[in-house]
Design a protein around this ligand. Structure first.
Ligand code: ATP
Length: 326
């Protein structure tokens, strides 16, 4: 089968990479390398950042987003994960190559949805195509793990178990089920620092032995049954309580989602990863839109609606991005 050309007529390559949610996030003891042992079930959702790369002598970048997102926390120097991804792939491929990277952000920054990781994964794939490398997926996944523990999953997508620091993946279902869940994503104006939330987890568990993390069997059974209500009843997040302690208003928001919305169309509610985005699980797009409207009517937001699971990072054929950015 002929693969369609990845590059647009203007020579650019655009890749869409999804945000992730954690259906469970079991946090274990601190490992000798300083990271917590994790057992999680990731799901990729239909909320994407777009990364466009163009030929250039050096690796440079710009980023833009619509008004609802704050970009003040996003670096545009060598510390941006997209720049690190391009440099890592250039080094791995053994030739000095450059690219101008442009990120169109839709995933909230520091929102617990792994937006930076999505950009890292998208840049790996986009530069691979721009430079004509055809690196095997397993090699890209290994490079992704060097960039951060959530980056491999952004390449792979679907629904998968993550262990180790989260970077070691086992697909949970043979193939992603087509949009069987709908997520309402409630964003926060201010992000939460992931290291700060883990620190709060340590404070909370000070003196008590933290058991080795395990994937809850009832969640796996619920996913296999394909019943959204069963999945919703088994959602869990070990970072939720620490996030509540740092951002007390989140507790009220989750309680509202669990029992306070008159429509009762929410099958489960939890903080996304390290927060502060909050997630409400629904069984149809219509229900999700209804819940989003109810949240907005209560002055909460911004809110978006996204299906899951969706595939990982994908080339968007023939798309040239706008030149705006900072
Ligand atoms: P984590 O992936 O650490 O759990 P998160 O999902 O909550 O974090 P991200 O949007 O990935 O949040 O951003 C975390 C931090 O990473 C930001 O505050 C920012 O300083 C830094 N960062 C580096 N590159 C990027 C990028 N391309 N997009 C967003 N943030 C980035």
């Amino acid at each position: 089968m002929n693969r369609p050309p990845a590059a647009s007529p203007d020579g650019s390559v655009t890749v869409a990479a999804p945000a992730k949610v954690n259906l469970c996030l079991e946090v274990g003891p601190v490992r000798p390398d300083g990271f917590h042992a994790l057992a999680t079930v990731y799901q990729a959702i239909g909320l994407h950042d777009l990364v466009t790369v163009r030929p250039s002598d050096e690796v440079t970048m710009t980023v833009r987003a619509d008004d609802r997102l704050s970009l003040h926390d996003v670096p545009t120097d060598g510390s941006n994960i997209a720049v690190r991804a391009a440099l890592l792939l250039a080094e791995h491929s053994g030739a000095g190559r450059g690219a101008h990277i442009h990120i169109d952000k839709s995933i909230p920054v520091a929102g617990g949805l792994a937006g930076g990781s999505a950009d890292g994964a998208a840049t790996l794939l986009a530069c691979d195509r721009l430079w004509g490398l055809s690196t095997p997926l397993e090699e890209l996944v290994a490079l992704a793990a060097e960039l951060g523990c959530d980056v491999p999953f952004a390449l792979v997508g679907g629904t998968a178990i993550g262990s180790g620091r989260g970077e070691s993946l086992t697909p949970l279902l043979p193939a992603p089920q087509p949009e069987s869940c709908w997520w309402v994503v409630l964003e926060s104006a201010d992000g939460l620092s992931t290291p700060a939330v883990y620190k709060e987890f340590d404070v909370l568990h000070d003196g008590s032995a933290v058991p080795s993390p395990r994937i809850p069997e009832d969640l796996v059974a619920a996913l296999r049954s394909g019943e959204v209500a069963a999945v919703g009843a088994t959602l869990s997040n070990g970072l939720q309580e620490p996030a509540f302690r740092l951002r007390p208003g989140l507790r009220e928001t989750i309680e509202l989602g669990r029992s306070g919305l008159p429509s009762a169309r929410v099958h489960g509610a939890l903080v996304s990863g390290s927060g502060p985005s909050c997630l409400f699980l629904c069984g149809s797009r219509a229900d999700a839109v209804h819940v989003a409207e109810e949240l907005t009517a209560r002055g909460l937001g911004p809110v978006s609606v996204a299906p899951g699971p969706v595939p990982g990072a994908r080339v968007v054929p023939g798309r040239a991005a706008g030149a705006r950015g900072r």
